[in-house]
Design a protein around this ligand. Sequence first.
Ligand code: NAI
Ligand code: 15L
Length: 272
Amino acid sequence: MSETTPSQRVSRLLLTGAAGGLGKVLRERLRPYADILRLSDIASLAPAAGPHEEVVPCDLSDKKAVDALVAGCDAIVHLGGVSVERPFEEILEGNIKGVFHIYEAARRHGVKRVVFASSNHVIGFYKQTEHLDAHALRRPDGYYGLSKSFGEDVAQFYFDRWGIETVSIRIGSSFPEPANRRMMSTWLSYDDLTSLIEKSLFTPDVKHTIVYGASANKDVWWDNSAAAHLGYAPKDTSEVFRAKVEAQPPVAPTDPNAIYQGGGFTAQGPFE
Ligand code: NAI
Ligand code: 15L
């Protein structure tokens, strides 16, 4: 990650979803970019607030609570919400109402920059043989993907109507290492994720930018030329894990994990 400079700092940065997998990683890594990092989740956060940290528990489906959460913040990294396919009612609360509440609060409190954790599942029904840029028609692969698609529309609306800038990162698979063959294409290392969030927070004039969050993988499906102004240059690659991943039993060609960019998400549900 590049050196931080004083111009690459905000006074108070809100991180939602701070108790989650990526939240825990970014809690450490975003510290240099803010005088105060405000950490929030519906789940309890451990450890408790350290120096230059504040912990503000919040349910994103509670509009008043989100309004209070955002007050006093200069920028938001919005990771909070349901992160897998679930019944619509759960997605509605955490993701759909949640993202709306975040932007309403941003409008009311004058926040000018949001980084939104979107997902590859907004385009999950494309085949793995297809190559996409940010202009491809969205093809969500479930209620979760629909909620991220809604979040991207909310981001565009709040830019057009209120001038709030957003970078929507369509995160592929951000874990310590790729867990399967599909993730050889979708993997995003924690270092590359951090770098992409840094660019998303501090690049001027991003309007609403959509960027695919993947490392420099060999068989990547996504073209980030529409987000070139961010200057995102991934440094890691899934290739270093290829032997380990290919030692796994082969995936049947009829398995959604071998067909669709969204993998198994395309085959989940119905839930009733
Ligand atoms: P995670 O499930 O570990 O973390 C999400 C956090 O949101 C959890 O700590 C959870 O308690 C919190 N949350 C859920 N409902 C909430 C509510 N109603 N109010 C407040 N907080 C609530 O997920 P992870 O992997 O850390 O992902 C972070 C974000 O990035 C999520 O928005 C996810 O959709 C997105 N993403 C992650 C990918 C990955 O590979 N890790 C891939 C694509 C998108
Ligand atoms: C996501 O959007 C999920 O949040 C994450 O848990 C992974 O399933 C990832 O996509 C993926 O597609 O691998």
